[in-house]
Design a protein around this ligand. Structure first.
Ligand code: CU
Length: 256
């Protein structure tokens, strides 16, 4: 192949390498976006709350927003690895670095990157905002959550106490989370909520379970030798079942 880096070469975007990279960029973006989304959706749990549904949706959006960046890197790698051209001991002069020396290209690159970052920030903040509003819901069920090596305890307003969490379906719940020993993290996997349990502090999070069933609660903060066993279940039941359970649990607790 002849040396294409002489001053009379066509503009950089007309060069075969650049055209090849552009085509590969489109293909790689589509493949990475599609595989990423398919992988995420398949590997993430089935949502049991609107919060988790929006977390999954957010992952889908962020994956597609990141796909062009990953796609460009992959396209450049493929072009470089499959290109026959090499400069040996005569690399092009600094002045011939046309992409780096083009103010328009640099401006476009910075603007597009900036817009992508801003997009991720704004979309993320909208979702966060929804969560922090839910914590202020006074009509919500209030549950105190206490982590300790290596169990979770749940205390309800009527004096009931349990190590398996019970919640009625479609009712907002606010969790007041703390720990009696080391740092833990209260995580309801299928509901998309996770918050630190810190000794001496109360952290708060909220969710509205929207499916009846049994879901997983785990500790998400390495808290000692039995950390991986620090898990329990949340039973999401009908309002009538919840009321019955709550009353009998409170009666048991009163007797004890
Ligand atoms: Cu832990």
């Amino acid at each position: 192949m002849s040396d294409v880096m002489t001053p009379k070469t066509p503009q950089w975007w007309k060069k075969p390498d650049v055209k090849k990279t552009a085509i590969l960029w489109v293909i790689c973006t589509a493949v990475i976006g599609f595989v990423g989304v398919a992988f995420h959706v398949r590997s993430m749990v089935r949502p049991a709350s609107e919060t988790m549904a929006s977390v999954i949706n957010l992952m889908r959006i962020f994956t597609w927003a990141a796909a062009p960046v990953a796609g460009l890197v992959a396209a450049m790698c493929i072009t470089v690895l499959t290109s026959e051209r090499h400069y040996g001991d005569n690399p092009p002069a600094e002045a011939d670095h046309e992409i780096r020396n083009s103010p328009r290209t640099v401006a476009a690159w910075v603007t597009i990157s900036g817009i992508l970052c801003l997009f991720a920030l704004v979309v993320g903040m909208i979702v966060l905002q929804k969560d922090s509003q839910a914590v202020l819901d006074k009509s919500a069920i209030q549950v105190n959550v206490t982590g300790q090596q290596w169990v979770w305890n749940f205390d309800y307003a009527n004096g009931a106490r349990s190590q398996d969490l019970y919640l009625p379906v479609n009712k907002p719940v606010v969790f007041h989370v703390t720990s009696v020993d080391v740092m833990h993290s209260f995580w309801i996997v299928q509901m998309g909520i996770k918050i630190n349990a810190n000794p001496g502090y109360i952290t708060e999070t909220a969710v509205t379970p929207d499916k009846i069933g049994v879901f997983d609660i785990r500790c998400a903060e390495l808290c000692g030798i039995l950390h991986s066993y620090m898990q329990t279940k949340v039973h999401v039941v009908s309002q009538a079942d919840y009321d019955a359970w709550l009353a009998s649990q409170a009666a048991t607790e009163a007797k004890a």
